[in-house]
Write a protein that binds this ligand. Structure first.
Ligand code: ZN
Length: 119
C-alpha cells in the first residue's frame, strides 16, 4: 500500500521525521559514493541507534518491528536524487539546480569519462 508517494506509511513517516528537514550528516557519504545500498544501510543504522537511545525492552522491540516495513532504499534513492539536483555531476560543487554541471568544462569532462570508462 503506497502512502503519499512513498512505498508505505512507515517509509513516509521515517523520511518525514528523520530526513526531510535536511540530511547534512550524510552529505559527505553521498559526496564520496552515490551507492544507494550503502546509504540505505547507514540510514537504517541511524534510525535504529536513535530508537535504542529512546526506548528499551518491549517498547523498543515493537518500534523495531514497525521499522521492518521501512524501505530505507527508497529514502536513500530519493536523498541521492535530491543531492544530485543541486550539485555538479562532475566535481560535486553546489549549483543552483537548473543545470547538471557547474561549468561547460565539467560537462565535457564528465561526458568524456562516460564514453571512455576508467580501466
Ligand atoms: Zn563542476
Amino acid at each position: 500500500m503506497s502512502y503519499n508517494g512513498w512505498k508505505n506509511y512507515c517509509t513516509w513517516r521515517v523520511n518525514l521525521e528523520y530526513f526531510d528537514q535536511g540530511h547534512y550528516m550524510f552529505d559527505d557519504q553521498i559526496r564520496q559514493s552515490k551507492d544507494v545500498s550503502d546509504l540505505a544501510e547507514s540510514l537504517k543504522e541511524y534510525v535504529e541507534d536513535h530508537l535504542e537511545q529512546e526506548g528499551e525492552g518491549q517498547v523498543l522491540s515493537y518500534a523495531l518491528a514497525f521499522l521492518q516495513e521501512c524501505s530505507y532504499f527508497e529514502i536513500a534513492d530519493h536523498m541521492i536524487q535530491d543531492w544530485e539536483g543541486v550539485h555538479c555531476r562532475n566535481c560535486n560543487r553546489e549549483i543552483d539546480g537548473y543545470d547538471e554541471y557547474c561549468s561547460k568544462k565539467c560537462k565535457e569532462e564528465d561526458e568524456l569519462l562516460a564514453t571512455h570508462p576508467k580501466g
